[in-house]
Structures are given as structure tokens and as C-alpha cells.
Design a protein around this ligand. Structure first.
Ligand code: HEC
Ligand code: HEC
Length: 309
């Protein structure tokens, strides 16, 4: 009996290892108490100078899959930013954060928006002062971290712990990968095209992206502007113009508009542009529809930490 189980597990493992995409784990380990504190902070505009722009203002978790559905975000006093809001869902699986990968992990990332003049426009000191003035937060931080004084590092740690919990498992595609269900013929053909055409060379792994830096405009050059949030901003190397951390395609039908500047409204257009600029050819309408049908199977469940309230 045990032997049979071992053989079955080994077989399942073999099947998975042949697929270039892995399902999102159904559960992830995190510190529930710390994450619940992080959740309060994520929704609290106290972290922003104008007392209005909470993290959730640009990362709507309940109706917009962790984005704001604007081409580029506007934050503090409606100042316009330069980048399309990336989703916070499944961000824990990305090897670097932000379009140009300038943050190494979720904790480091949080220093970005809080201090960004077009986002929350605060200093870490101001955040500490505000929170330390609120008995409720003092009590909560004491409970979670065991200290009497709230420090920004703890704020970042708590929010990052909450973000860790923001995974969206059990999409139709993941159930297919686990052998639980079949895809429709159109969806399956879309997945096959996605692999055959080469989309998979950049969009692979657990997030179908999020694990490498790649250029947009590999085969046909793509327009460039100096304000784009690309790798060039960090390295000043000509080659890095229009090089981005590949975005994840998880929940992609719900994270529109597309591309770093939010200039692409529909998934159909995003797919066509990708094929043209990065693979060098135009797709037929039928091919696009199939790929889009496949991409729609990547919509996962609401993270467990958001359910029930
Ligand atoms: C004013 C809108 C705005 C606010 C407020 C905001 N963000 Fe963002 N967020 C963005 C935009 C835009 C990006 C992409 C910026 C870039 O890559 O240059 C982003 C990127 C991110 C990413 C990176 C995701 C990835 O896959 O790389 C994370 C994580 C994130 N934000 C979390 C937060 C947290 C936590 C807060 C609150 C402390 C917050 N954001 C506040 C707009 C906002
Ligand atoms: C050479 C690497 C590469 C290949 C091949 C590639 N992509 Fe992309 N993909 C990227 C990069 C980089 C971006 C970010 C582009 C930007 O923001 O300007 C992206 C963005 C996208 C987006 C928009 C994501 C978002 O959140 O805005 C979609 C959808 C997409 N790709 C689908 C595809 C499909 C479908 C194919 C195959 C036809 C494909 N990609 C081939 C690298 C690649």
C-alpha cells in the first residue's frame, strides 16, 4: 500500500516536472497574528500624509484583484504616478519587486510607496509618530512584537506578512495541472499555443512570469520614454531600456489595463503586441482567442485571509 502511494506520488511529481508552470500552493505558512496586524495597516490611510491614500487605495483586494484599474496610479493629492499598479496578489512568488525589480523582497518594497511623493509621501519617522500616538496600535504591536515602541521596521514586517498570505490558489488551470479537471478544447489549445509560440520562455514558473528580467521589443523595437520604470533607470545601460521584470500572468483578465504604463486596454491587444514585439509575428484572431481563453483560466480564488469579512 505504502509502496503504491510512493509510486503514485513519484508519477505525479514527474508529470509536474514536465510542465513549465507550477500550481500555486493551496496553503502558505505565515504568522496569522502578524498578518492580521499587517492587514489593518494595509487598509489604514494613516500611513499616508493626506490620510487618504492607503495601500488598498491603489491595491483594491476585493474587486480589482490587487490593482486600481487605472493606466497609472494617482496618489497623494492626486499627483499622477508614472507606472501602472502591479498586483499585490502572489507577489510573494516574484524574484524581485516593481516593474524594474528595484526591491528584493516584500519588506524592502514597502519603503517605496510610503516615502514616494506621488504615493503616500511620508517619512518612516512620521509613520512611527502617528502610530505611537494611537493606543490601539500600541497594544496590537506590543502583542505581536512584544515591544512598547512601534518601529517602522515592524510596520513593514507586518504588512509583508499580510502580503505573503495574498495568494490566489485553485484556479481552473491549477486544478488542471493537478489532474483534477479538464480544460475546454479552446483553453487547452491556447495553452499549447502559449508553449509552442514561445510565450512560455518568459512567462513560466509559478507566476507565469516574475522570475526574470526581459525586454519588451526583442524583435521589433518598442517605443521608449525616459520616465518608464525600466531597468535603465537603475543601471543606465542602453541595453536595459524597456527591460522589465516580467509581470505575472496570474489573474491577468482582472488586472487591466496592461503594460508598465497601462497603455494597453484589452488582453487581446496585449497578447497581439507581445507576439509582434517579442516573437516577431502577428497572430490570427483565432489564435488570440485561444490564448486569451487559456489566460482566463489563471483566475484564482480570493486569498483565504480575505474571506469571511
Ligand atoms: C498611489 C498608489 C499606490 C499606493 C498608495 C501603494 N502602491 Fe503599491 N504599487 C503602485 C504602483 C504604481 C506599483 C508599480 C510601481 C513600479 O513598479 O514602479 C506598485 C507596486 C507594488 C508592489 C510590487 C508588486 C510586484 O509584483 O512587483 C507591491 C508588493 C506593492 N505595490 C505593495 C504596496 C503596499 C504594501 C503599499 C502600502 C504601504 C502600497 N503598495 C501603496 C501603486 C501604489
Ligand atoms: C522575451 C520575453 C517575453 C515573451 C517571449 C513574451 N512576453 Fe509577455 N511580457 C514580457 C514583458 C517584459 C512584459 C512587460 C511589458 C511591458 O510592461 O511593457 C510582458 C507583458 C505581458 C502581458 C501584460 C501583463 C501586464 O500585467 O501588463 C501579457 C498579457 C503578456 N505579456 C502575454 C504574453 C503572451 C501571450 C506571449 C506570447 C504570445 C508573451 N507574453 C511573450 C516578456 C515576454
Amino acid at each position: 500500500m505504502v509502496l503504491i502511494i510512493i509510486i503514485v506520488l513519484a508519477l505525479i511529481n514527474m508529470v509536474y516536472s514536465y510542465e513549465p508552470v507550477q500550481p500555486i500552493p493551496q496553503r502558505i505558512e505565515y504568522d496569522r497574528e502578524k498578518a492580521e496586524l499587517g492587514k489593518l495597516l494595509f487598509f489604514d490611510p494613516i500611513l499616508a500624509k493626506d490620510n487618504r491614500t492607503s495601500c488598498a487605495y491603489c491595491h483594491d483586494l476585493y474587486t480589482k484583484c490587487g490593482t486600481d484599474h487605472k493606466p497609472v496610479s494617482n496618489g497623494f493629492h492626486d499627483r499622477k504616478g508614472k507606472a501602472n499598479a502591479l498586483t499585490v496578489f502572489n507577489a510573494v512568488f516574484n524574484f524581485r519587486l516593481f516593474w524594474n525589480g528595484r526591491a528584493k523582497n516584500l519588506v524592502e518594497q514597502i519603503y517605496g510607496p510610503v516615502q514616494n511623493p506621488v504615493e503616500m509621501n511620508m517619512t518612516t519617522k512620521e509613520v512611527e509618530e502617528r502610530l505611537n500616538n494611537i493606543p490601539f496600535y500600541r497594544k496590537m504591536f506590543k502583542k505581536v512584537f512584544g515591544t512598547n515602541k512601534i518601529k517602522f521596521e515592524q510596520v513593514a514586517e507586518a504588512i509583508a506578512e499580510f502580503e505573503k498570505a495574498l495568494i490566489t490558489p485553485n484556479s481552473k488551470f491549477d486544478k488542471f495541472l493537478r489532474g483534477e479537471i479538464q480544460l475546454s478544447e479552446e483553453e487547452l489549445e491556447g495553452y499549447k499555443l502559449f508553449k509552442k509560440l514561445g510565450c512560455i520562455s518568459c512567462h513560466n514558473g509559478i507566476n507565469l512570469g516574475g522570475n526574470s528580467f526581459q525586454k519588451v521589443g526583442v524583435l521589433h523595437s518598442y517605443p521608449w520614454h525616459e520616465y518608464y520604470p525600466d531597468r535603465y533607470q537603475i543601471t543606465r545601460d542602453e541595453f536595459d531600456k524597456n527591460v522589465f521584470r516580467v509581470p505575472s500572468l496570474r489573474n491577468i483578465d482582472c488586472t487591466y489595463p496592461y503594460f508598465h504604463d497601462g497603455s494597453i486596454k484589452t488582453l487581446e491587444d496585449a497578447v497581439q503586441l507581445m507576439a509582434y514585439y517579442n516573437l516577431g509575428f502577428k497572430l490570427s484572431e483565432e489564435e488570440i482567442n485561444k490564448i486569451v481563453a487559456f489566460l482566463k483560466t489563471l483566475r484564482g480564488e480570493l486569498p483565504e485571509i480575505l474571506k469571511g469579512n
